[in-house]
Design a protein around this ligand. Sequence first.
Ligand code: GRF
Length: 222
Amino acid sequence: MEKKLRIGAIASGGGTNLQSIIDRCRDGSLDAEIALVVSNNPDAGALERARKAGIPCRCIDHRRFASREDFDREVVAALKEAGVELVVLAGFMRLISGVFLEEFPARIMNIHPALLPAFPGLHVQRKALDYGARFAGCTVHFVDGGVDTGPIIIQAVIPIHQDDTEESLKARILVQEHRIYPRAIQLFARNRLRIEGRRVFIDPPLPAGETALVNPPLANEP
Ligand code: GRF
């Protein structure tokens, strides 16, 4: 059997993305194992999910550290000690510093609940609605020094409904997040991702199809 990719997951919140990765590791569709879950928030649901799944987890409370760099050093040390090869940010609500990036170059992924490069940052489902966008979605990308700016690995697109609220849109995007994050990790685990500048190439390539999404839909009506 091939060696499994060792993942370190970092989460601040409920951890539904973490759960989707745990589930895919378990059912064998992901050639990876979660070596460690770290949270900066002692009350994170993600820690509870890790405990339930029997995955080693640690709370490293950022409030104990004088600077972002000091906090990052401690997290990096924990990840290294656990033999982590790929770091996945799963609802980690803090920016990471150069300290982190240097230790895991091109080995940190993030999931963002918008179609980047539109709507980086926070409260992005609300922003997409308020803007009047017709489509929303989610993006898995490699992390670089910016806020949600790194090379894009995979995206899922959904139409925004006329009666969508922030909550309904969040929920529908989350369903897609749970599909694409494990997929991005699996492509990495199989060594199929190659970064060239801003672009991520998949080797061998996967056919993307030609289907165009249109919203509101085209119809034979006046
Ligand atoms: C998700 O919407 C993710 O895209 C964003 O933070 C949220 C985390 O949700 N980065 P969960 O903790 O995985 O349920």
